[in-house]
Each structure stands twice: as structure tokens, then as C-alpha cells.
Design a protein around this ligand. Structure first.
Ligand code: FAD
Length: 533
């Protein structure tokens, strides 16, 4: 059967649904997109959940998925409106009260992630779809019901004219539905009635609220760079034990900032927002010189305080008629910057599996249903659910773990030692194929589950190596002590161990004590590593 006689319905015109529609349209299907809200390109539309359009970190997986859409201008257009971010800029206060900034590059090879305006990216995708003859939009249409056996769906259509308040319900038929309707997905809700879906949803005890750092007022002749109050090429973090404040650059010189904090702290400050500037001064030093106390209070009072949800489910499909992608399938906390990137990657992988089965089964002369689209799709969806679940669960878990890393580990010495060693090996012993976990997630397209496995392996090897370095002086000293005891020496192994644990222990001093004298402080192997980080 020709693709052009198949109707693909996409529910949700966010970034993931729009890219899925583009992939489907490029393959010649008749594509209909149903979106709850009005057209994002209409200036009167307020983006769902957001007061203003938010900035996201776009990285390789998202870029690669757009590259594979094979639309000549998409990547160029998206890149024209992005800002490269080469690393984190950690802000803090020294014990003497002075403010400091410390840059940590993401990648030893100089690769960057990109700050992108979510709405800008979404609008570009919608513009491209608008120009395709086989794509139809249905804005202000909310999915209210679906029968995935009979391939029928129902939408509430809201007439936007001021005289009409009553929603109409429409019924549609389809061959295949792609549910890209976000974390609170209606497609997923109806899919649960058709398949034995395992489902797990968790709210973390953190809310988020948005703030803005305004651009500098510069004269018209000056460059865009001079508009930024802090470095435009970093993701700025004010870490804290329980809180975090971050800032991502926008191309107009402003920064979109997000405060992440437990619900109880939000409640305290909601009761008395005038305490906010002092709170910021003690936890996020320097921010009140970038955002005035009045702006801080006003944003805190005006902008919503929103929850963060983590969703895992399985399977993602039913038969040949429906699949869920993006946040609908695996909403995650935003701390790895992978929510949208992984959703866009879903689309690339889904269509590569669909393409593979369309070709494989059609080329098999023994297959009775070789040219049956539904049969091919059912096989493909089964494979997609099976392979994607491990990866979606892996990135959901990494995103949760990265909250700890962003708030606290970035300041930890062990974290920096490991990063240094992995990057050192990546540059100087490339044949080992070592990379940091962050580089694998953000600069590559390896499966998330493989990233986790490789990273755990590297961690084990490093721990063993460090342990070996730690205990080898002890073992060496133990050998010398035993030899001395045997030859009438005086030091016991206990004494040696005590020396090893003392901060001034020097493995060489035992051998050269008399020559070098007591003041010699040649570093141990561990000290050398730390001094280099
Ligand atoms: P959505 O963007 O939620 O779009 C779903 C669409 O479906 C919406 O347009 C909605 O109106 C529509 N819809 C809903 N219900 C229905 C219905 N019943 N009928 C019809 N239509 C419906 N990701 C990154 O990759 N990098 C980041 O740096 C990053 N930062 C983030 C920071 C924050 C604070 C948050 C909250 C998220 C962040 N994310 C980030 C995650 C990212 O925003 C989401 O993963 C991404 O928007 C998901 O896209 P989506 O298209 O799957 O869903």
C-alpha cells in the first residue's frame, strides 16, 4: 500500500510532535496534527506552563534528530538562533566574603551545547510543516477519547470566536497515531486501556520559578556580546545544598534564570516575599547585582511555581495503531538538559525502526503479509518499545542524579579528580575510548543505557586504580618493615599504617630519610592528581 493512502495523526504540536509530523510528511503520509492550544505563532498564545518562552539546552541528540529530518534549512535556521555554551560557570562566595566565578568546560575536546529558544525552534518546525501539501493543522483541538482497536479518536474543538463558548466534539479515523502530548498525555491515558502498561510517576520535592537577567543598555553601535551582563557562553550555576539557581543566555543579551528549591522554602518565601533579596544574598551571591530586588520579588510573585515530574512507563505502543514519544513517554526532571533532546531522538529512532521493517518485510517473498503496512508497523513498534525503554529509563535516572551533581558535586574534589582523569585518558590514550559521562550523553548518540554501563565500568576501573595507588605505598612499606624486622629492624606494620594515614606520609622518605632529612615533602601520587585538577 502506498504511504500516501495512510493517515498519520500526531497529537501535540510541541517540539517532539512537530518533528514527528515532519518525519511522517517527508515519507509521504497524510499527516494531521491536533493541538490543544492555539497556534504558537499567534502572538496572543501564551506557551503552556511558561510565562515567557523558555531557553533550553540543545545538544547532539536533538541536533542529530533534526539533521535526519533531511530538511535543508532546518538545521541552519535553528543554529542561526542558538548560543554555544562551552561549560558551566560556577558562582559562589569565598570564606573571606569575595565573590568568585569558576568556569568548568563541558568537554576537553571543546565541544559545546547550545542555548535555544524553545518557542523559536517550535515555530520554525511549524513553518516548515505549513509549507507541506500533505500536512493539516487542527489547533484548539483537545484529544478526549480514542479507540485504538477501531482506530478512531475524538477531539473537543473550541471555536475561538467570542460568541461561541460551547466546544464541539469531532470524530476522526486514522491509521497510526503518534502521541506527543506532553507529560500529562491524554494519548497515554487512553493507551493504558488497551495495553498492560506499567506506569510510574513521581513528583520530586522541588519546584521551579523563572526570573530574567535583563540585557545591558548599550548604544546602538556596540556588539551584541557587550549586552550580556555575565559570560554568554556558559550555563551559569549558583549551586547550593538544597537549592540551585541557573541562568541560560538568550540572543537578545538577556538570561532566562530558574530557581529550583524545595516546596517548603517556596512556602516560607511566599508568606513574605520581601525576604527574597536577603535569601538570594545568602544563597546565590551576586545575583542581586544582576536582578534588582524589585524584579526578583515581582517575578517570584507573578511567575508560577511549578512542579517537576518524572514518568516511566512501558510499553509505548499498542498493536500497529499508536505510539507515545517525548514527555508523553518519559517526562524527566530537567537537570541533564535532555528532556527535549531525548524526545527528538525518540522520533529519529522510531522512524528508523519503521523504515527498517517496511524494507525488511517487503523484501521477504515468503512473508504472507509482506506488503501489509499494519503488520510491518506492529513489528516495528514492538521493537521500538523494547529497545527504547531501557534508554528512556536510563536518562530519567541520570537526570535525577544530575540534580545532586549540579548542586553539590561540581564543588567536590572527587568529582573534579574523576573528570580530570577521564578527560586526560580521552586526550592522551584515545585508543581506550574513555569519555566523561556528560560527554557521552551530550555530545554523542550512543544509547543512554550503554552510556550508563560504560560510565559505571570506567568508575570501577578508576576506583580500583586509585585504591591500588593508595595501598601500594603501604604494601611496599610493609615489605620493607618485614624485611627490617627479619634483619632486627624496629618498625611494626601498625606503625607503618599509622604513618601512611598521616597527611605528611611520604613513601620515599623511608628509603632516603637520612639523605633527604625530615623536611622533605615530595607529594604522593594522590596529591599529584589533586594538584592538577
Ligand atoms: P510538550 O513540549 O509538553 O508539548 C506537548 C504538546 O501537546 C503541547 O503543545 C500541548 O499543548 C499539547 N497537548 C497536551 N494535551 C493535549 C491534548 N489532550 N490534545 C491535544 N494536544 C495536547 N529539555 C532539554 O532538552 N533541554 C533543556 O535544557 C531543558 N530544560 C528544561 C527546563 C525546565 C524548567 C523544564 C520544565 C523542562 C526542560 N526541558 C529541557 C524539557 C523539555 O521542555 C521537554 O522535554 C520538551 O518540551 C518535551 O517536548 P514534547 O513535545 O514531548 O512535549
Amino acid at each position: 500500500m502506498e504511504n500516501s493512502s495512510q493517515k498519520f495523526v500526531v497529537v501535540g504540536a510541541g517540539p517532539v510532535g512537530s518533528l514527528a509530523a515532519l518525519y511522517a510528511a517527508k515519507r509521504g503520509y497524510q499527516v494531521e496534527i491536533y493541538e490543544l492550544r492555539s497556534d504558537l505563532r499567534d502572538p496572543s498564545t501564551t506557551p503552556l506552563n511558561f510565562t515567557k518562552s523558555i531557553n533550553l539546552a540543545l545538544s547532539e541528540r536533538g541536533i542529530n534528530a533534526m539533521r535526519h529530518a533531511e530538511h535543508e534549512n532546518l538545521i541552519q535556521h535553528v543554529f542561526a538562533a542558538t548560543i554555544p555554551m562551552r561549560g558551566r560557570m560556577i558562582h559562589g562566595r569565598r570564606p573571606d566574603g569575595a565573590l568568585y566565578e569558576a568556569a568548568q568546560d563541558y568537554d576537553v575536546h571543546g565541544r559545546t551545547i547550545y542555548a535555544v529558544d524553545r518557542a523559536g525552534l517550535n515555530k520554525r518546525l511549524l513553518d516548515i510543516l505549513d509549507d507541506m501539501p500533505n500536512v493539516k493543522f487542527f489547533f484548539n483541538h483537545k484529544l478526549t477519547g480514542a479507540d485504538f482497536k477501531r482506530r478512531k479518536a475524538w477531539f473537543e474543538s473550541r471555536d475561538q470566536s467570542p460568541t461561541s463558548n460551547r466546544p464541539d466534539e469531532i470524530e476522526i479515523d486514522f491509521d497510526f497515531m503518534i502521541g506527543a502530548d506532553g507529560a500529562h498525555s491524554a494519548v497515554r491515558y487512553h493507551l493504558m486501556k488497551f495495553t498492560r502498561m506499567n506506569y510510574n510517576q513521581e513528583y520530586i520535592d522541588t519546584l521551579w520559578c523563572e526570573f530574567q537577567i535583563q540585557p545591558k543598555d548599550v548604544s546602538s553601535g556596540q556588539s551584541i556580546e557587550s549586552k550580556f551582563r555575565i559570560s554568554p557562553n556558559h550555563l551559569h550555576i549558583w549551586p547550593g545544598k538544597d537549592f540551585m539557581f541557573i541562568a541560560i543566555p538568550s540572543d537578545d543579551g538577556s538570561f532566562t534564570c530558574t530557581l529550583f528549591m524545595p516546596g517548603a522554602n517556596f512556602a516560607t518565601l511566599e508568606a513574605d516575599p520581601s525576604k527574597l533579596p536577603d535569601f538570594f544574598d545568602s544563597h546565590f551571591p551576586g545575583v542581586t547585582s544582576l536582578i534588582t530586588p524589585e524584579e526578583l520579588i515581582s517575578s517570584f510573585q507573578t511567575n508560577p511555581h511549578l512542579p517537576l515530574i518524572n514518568i516511566k512507563c512501558y510499553p509505548y505502543h499498542f498493536s500497529s495503531s499508536v505510539v507515545i514519544v517525548g514527555d508523553a513517554a518519559h517526562a524527566m526532571v530537567p537537570f541533564y538538559g535532555q528532556g527535549m533532546n531525548s524526545g527528538l531522538e525518540d522520533v529519529r529512532i522510531l522512524f528508523s525502526v519503521l523504515d527498517k521493517h517496511a524494507t525488511a518485510e517487503s523484501n521477504d517473498p515468503n512473508h504472507q503479509k509482506a506488503n501489509d503496512n499494519a503488520f510491518q508497523r506492529a513489528m516495528a513498534l514492538n521493537e521500538y518499545s523494547t529497545i527504547r525503554v531501557a534508554d528512556a529509563h536510563a536518562i530519567n535516572d541520570l537526570a535525577l542524579q544530575n540534580y545532586v551533581e549540579m548542586r553539590a558535586s561540581v564543588l567536590s574534589r572527587m568529582y573534579r579528580v574523576r573528570k580530570y582523569l577521564e578527560e586526560f585518558l580521552s586526550v592522551h590514550v584515545p585508543s581506550l575510548g574513555w569519555q566523561t559521562q556528560y560527554s557521552r550523553v551530550s555530545f554523542g548518540n550512543e544509547r543512554y543505557s550503554e552510556v550508563v554501563a560504560r560510565s559505571q565500568h570506567q568508575g570501577k576501573v578508576l576506583t580500583r586504580g586509585l585504591l591500588f595507588l593508595l595501598i601500594s605505598p603501604f604494601l611496599g612499606s610493609l615489605g620493607i618493615a618485614l624485611a627490617r624486622q627479619r634483619s632486627g629492624g624496629i618498625r611494626s606494620p601498625f606503625e607503618m599504617f599509622r604513618n601512611l594515614m598521616s597527611s605528611s606520609f611520604n613513601p620515599y622518605a623511608e628509603q632516603h630519610k637520612d639523605v633527604q632529612g625530615p623536611g622533605d615533602q615530595r607529594p604522593t601520587a594522590i596529591q599529584v592528581v589533586e594538584d592538577n585538577t
